[in-house]
Design a protein around this ligand. Structure first.
Ligand SMILES: [Zn+2]
Length: 336
């Protein structure tokens, strides 16, 4: 069936789950530390609902941010991750009481928020980022990546993983900690997802062989090589995300040619016209800020890379994978 003939009503009802950084002040009108417009958090959520977003996972990038993510998740009936991003990993050492106390605090936060609405569904984001060692050295990043892996085993939670220009060390640390096979399930862990993936086809294959999922967003589809790697992700291992407010797709990205076929009925939901922050209008998308509603556009590009598979099939599979990985059975049953 040519994609353009999918009834817009049907296609727009895709079930999506997003990985988002909703704690970012940009959703409150503060761009790069300056207030540019009023708080439009609720309007942003409304736009995402109209675009078929049924729920979201809010990422915690530090102890403090994980607490904020949990507060938002509880308030809006969403889910959160708890952990410390590699670029923030010096926080472990600066923490009063030292690194052990920081890890204990994360452990306690997870322990206290394991049940019901607004719960922790993954440990992270954690990992390695060698593109940004000015924030934390490779050694500091490695040490605190290792220590967080124990939390995933202890609480039987999947990992929410970040890896940039660090593949060899990243995989070595995971393997050493017992995550090399079936995502560490023999040790009580629950696999995980390598998010915002920008690596090679070989890396996709390695992660999948280790039992991990791979998640794509706008940053994962900037070049033709990116697209080749994205197309190599198996249907049972793929997740979609926006990483909002980061990783918007732009007209200079390789994804653009695949987005050209996005029907207007869906474009108006996923990529509606945006205004400059200075010309803010409540209810309109804001330039320079990615939003959860754009997940449908990510899914569309993946659909175009997998010739012949209907858009609904692509979104449905990613939705199922998400429910399974993060153990969100209530969404499958429709009780939430
Ligand atoms: Zn990340």
């Amino acid at each position: 069936m040519p994609v353009e003939t999918i009834p817009a009503k049907h296609a727009s009802l895709g079930n999506f789950r997003f990985i988002v950084n909703l704690t970012d002040p940009v959703f409150r009108g503060v761009h790069r530390g300056r207030r540019k417009h009023e708080d439009d958090f609720e309007a942003m959520l409304e736009r995402s609902r109209a675009a078929g977003v049924k729920s979201m996972v809010i990422t915690g990038g530090s102890l403090k941010e994980s607490k904020q993510a949990l507060e938002l998740a509880k308030k809006y009936g969403l889910f959160a991750t708890a952990g410390c991003h590699p670029t923030r990993s010096t926080e472990f050492d600066k923490y009063h009481g030292g690194p052990e106390a920081y890890l204990d605090a994360l452990d306690k936060l997870i322990e206290e928020n394991m049940k019901g609405n607004g719960r922790v569904v993954a440990v992270g984001e954690c990992g390695l980022d060698y593109d940004r060692t000015h924030f934390a050295s490779e050694d500091v990043q490695k040490e605190h990546f290792r220590s967080q892996l124990a939390l995933a085993k202890k609480h039987h939670l999947p990992l929410f993983l970040h890896s940039r220009a660090a593949h060899a060390d990243f995989v070595e640390i995971l393997r050493e900690a017992g995550f090399g096979e079936d995502g560490g399930r023999a040790l009580g862990a629950k696999g995980g997802v390598v998010h915002s993936f920008t690596g090679s086809v070989e890396e996709v294959i390695e992660y999948q062989d280790m039992g991990f999922h791979v998640s794509v967003n706008g940053c994962s589809m900037k070049t033709e090589d990116n697209l080749k790697a994205a197309a190599a992700i198996r249907p049972d291992k793929i997740l979609f995300e926006t990483d909002a407010p980061w990783c918007s797709m732009t007209s200079t990205h390789a994804s653009k040619t695949r987005l050209d076929s996005l029907p207007n009925s869906l474009r108006s939901l996923y990529l509606p016209p945006a205004t400059q922050p200075e010309r803010f209008v409540l209810g309109k998308a804001v330039k320079g800020r990615n939003e959860p509603m754009a997940i449908g556009a990510v899914a569309w590009v993946i659909h175009r890379l997998n010739e012949g598979i209907p858009f609904e099939k692509v979104t449905e599979k990613a939705w199922k994978n998400t429910i399974e990985l993060f153990q969100l059975e209530e969404l499958e049953l429709g009780t939430q």
